[in-house]
Ligand binder design. Structure first.
Ligand SMILES: NC(=O)c1ccc[n+]([C@@H]2O[C@H](COP(=O)([O-])OP(=O)(O)OC[C@H]3O[C@@H](n4cnc5c(N)ncnc54)[C@H](O)[C@@H]3O)[C@@H](O)[C@H]2O)c1
Length: 254
């Protein structure tokens, strides 16, 4: 196999939809064998089918990133199927009840978002990095958000979680910088995926706000986030760690 990720093994969480699917397909296109993890078995199977029909190698793992035993088993299954784990893209996430203020958020809804978007990323890193340390090398790319860099009214658990992901990314990068494990994050702006479709179905008026927020004047594509993720995974980024990389059409440049 040739490509930026030739002969590498990449694990992608939330690989059954949107940005995760695009990351999985892009990694396979660049020569990696891909373990696609998701709670959505149909979506995960579809991603694997797309990769295999394009000539790539993929396996599906059913895992809920909020459950430690699932995450431990997900990493073990990746190694059992593909032999090792060179890169992990911790991408699974939920948007929560967008448009609900900090005062009005219900505790159970708040906990759900933080569990998936923050604790889930920590659990994944916990087991992935342990495996990578045994190998002596690895690269992690967490999908944070522009909401990890600036506030967004009406999304308190999401913004708090994504700021947390950026902090976790920097901390783990420092902890393992001399051990061969790099840890970075991508910070997408508003990207055209089912997650944004759900938000716009509930609040169509947000579309203009999203367009105005991105100086480039359009939503991003999952493929544009995947391209940055592939680069951060690859050896081309061998001196890059602890970075939170906006892929946002200029959202946070204003
Ligand atoms: N779409 C955007 O505008 C945007 C912007 C910035 C950041 N992000 C982030 O990108 C990531 C992917 O978002 P997307 O837009 O592709 O959304 P999406 O809804 O299309 O895909 C998310 C995937 O995560 C999976 N998932 C949800 N909870 C899970 C769990 N507990 N365990 C395992 N899998 C789980 C879902 O089943 C789904 O397949 C998320 O972390 C999101 O916060 C998205």
């Amino acid at each position: 196999m040739s490509g930026q990720l030739a002969d590498k093994v990449v694990l992608v969480t939330g690989g059954g939809s949107g940005i995760g699917r695009a990351i999985a397909e892009a990694c396979a296109h660049e020569g990696a064998a891909v373990a696609v993890a998701d709670i959505d078995a149909a979506g995960g199977a579809k991603t694997c089918e797309l990769i295999v029909s394009a000539g790539g190698e993929a396996s599906f793992i059913s895992a809920d990133v909020t459950i430690a035993v699932d995450v431990e088993a997900m990493v073990a299954a990746t190694v059992a199927t593909h032999g090792r784990i060179d890169c992990a893209c911790n991408n699974a996430g939920v948007e929560g009840k967008v448009g609900t203020t900090t005062v009005d958020y219900e505790e159970a809804d708040w906990d759900h978002v933080v569990n998936v978007d923050l604790k889930g990323v920590w659990l994944c890193m916990k087991y992935e990095i342990a495996e990578m340390l045994g190998q002596g090398a690895g690269a992690i790319v967490n999908t944070a958000s522009v909401a990890g860099l600036v506030g967004l009214a009406g999304s308190s658990p999401y913004v708090a979680s994504k700021h947390g992901v950026v902090g976790l990314t920097k901390t783990a990068a420092l902890e393992f910088a001399t051990k061969g494990v790099r840890v970075n994050a991508v910070c997408p702006g508003v990207i055209d995926t089912p997650l944004v479709d759900r938000i716009l179905a509930r609040s169509p008026e947000r579309e203009q706000f999203y367009l105005d927020a991105q100086p480039i004047g359009r939503l991003g594509t999952p493929e544009e986030v995947a391209a940055a993720t592939v680069w951060l995974c690859s050896d081309q980024a061998s001196f890059v760690t602890g970075h939170a990389f906006p892929v946002d059409g200029g959202f946070v440049a204003r």
